[in-house]
Design a protein around this ligand. Structure first.
Ligand SMILES: Cc1cc2nc3c(=O)[nH]c(=O)nc-3n(C[C@H](O)[C@H](O)[C@H](O)COP(=O)(O)OP(=O)(O)OC[C@H]3O[C@@H](n4cnc5c(N)ncnc54)[C@H](O)[C@@H]3O)c2cc1C
Length: 262
């Protein structure tokens, strides 16, 4: 099921619809409040919105930029990494530079305090509210961790205390989005477990695994438990591998939600 207006990426949700469809929204000019370096090739753009009806953890915004030689602005989708509370008028978009890309290199390099960026949203049904208070497994690779961080921050900010396991895959530990905040949150909250895997640094001691996410890794992380819900986000191959593994372990496929993008 394609949910994005971005023609170059795909997103799909498997399972129950967990948030209502949002009505068509207008473009608005958001102001950059802060640029946070997340990794050598990634930033968070913290944006001040002038209008919002709130969002649900896991949703994304579309952004558009004029590109020389193109008759119309080019749109891309970026997930919100911040929590919907306390202030949904301030959103963090986590952006990783895609080499040779039209839009992401400009978002990563060219925006500064006070810059303006046209955005429209929120949208997407890859959402988590924790309403059923059941444990959840989150699996993300690269910038796929961004919407999962919104879920973790939402759980923390709203005091949900639901068991959350987050598996993050990055090329090196220094490329892992939000690594310091996640380490801190995991020490503050006994309900949160964060497991890092790095694919290009076999000696990284802060990572438990040193390879791509696979069935054996997820089996060890779950240690015989079957998560009632799982959210998978990242490159298609990772999402498909994780979904197949969870299916094999007996996780209800209707409760495995996925969003695919490189
Ligand atoms: C729902 C959703 C949420 C998303 N959330 C995030 C997020 O939180 N963070 C994030 O970083 N990304 C996210 N993405 C991905 C993001 O929308 C963009 O797809 C990504 O940033 C790349 O865009 P770009 O314009 O930089 O690259 P593009 O211009 O789309 O190029 C992508 C790749 O294709 C290659 N390419 C382009 N044109 C050609 C051509 N003619 N021939 C050969 N190769 C070509 C480029 O070299 C590049 O490697 C999300 C996507 C979706 C669908």
């Amino acid at each position: 099921m394609t949910l994005s207006s971005n023609p170059d990426s795909s997103t799909e949700s498997v399972g129950r619809v967990r948030s209502p469809r949002t009505p068509p929204q207008k473009w608005q000019s958001a102001v950059v409040l802060e640029v946070i370096k997340e990794a050598p090739d990634a930033v968070t753009l913290r944006l001040q919105l002038s209008e919002t009806s709130g969002f649900v953890a896991g949703q994304y915004y579309n952004v558009r930029l004029d590109v020389a030689g193109r008759p119309r602005p080019i749109q891309r989708s970026y997930s919100v990494g911040s929590a919907p509370l306390p202030d949904p008028f301030v959103i963090d978009l986590g952006i990783k530079e895609t080499p040779g890309g039209l839009i992401s290199p400009r978002l990563v390099r060219d925006f500064d305090l006070g810059s303006r960026l046209e955005v429209r949203g929120p949208t997407g049904r890859f959402t988590w509210t924790g309403d059923d208070r059941e444990p959840v497994l989150l699996v993300g690779a690269g910038s796929g961790v961004v919407p999962l961080m919104s879920m973790v921050r939402f759980a923390s900010a709203s005091g949900l205390e639901i068991p959350v396991t987050l598996v993050c895959s990055s090329i090196t530990y220094d490329h892992a989005f939000y690594r310091e905040e996640l380490a801190l949150l995991a020490t503050q909250h006994c309900w949160l477990r964060v497991v890092h895997s790095v694919t290009r640094d076999p000696h990284e001691t802060r990572a438990l695994y040193h390879r791509r996410i696979d069935a054996t890794m997820l089996s060890e992380v779950l240690n015989g438990t079957i998560p009632p819900h799982a959210y998978l986000c990242g490159p298609p191959a990772m999402v498909e591998t994780a979904a197949a593994a969870l299916n094999e372990f007996g996780v209800n496929p209707e409760r495995v939600y996925s969003e695919k993008y490189d």
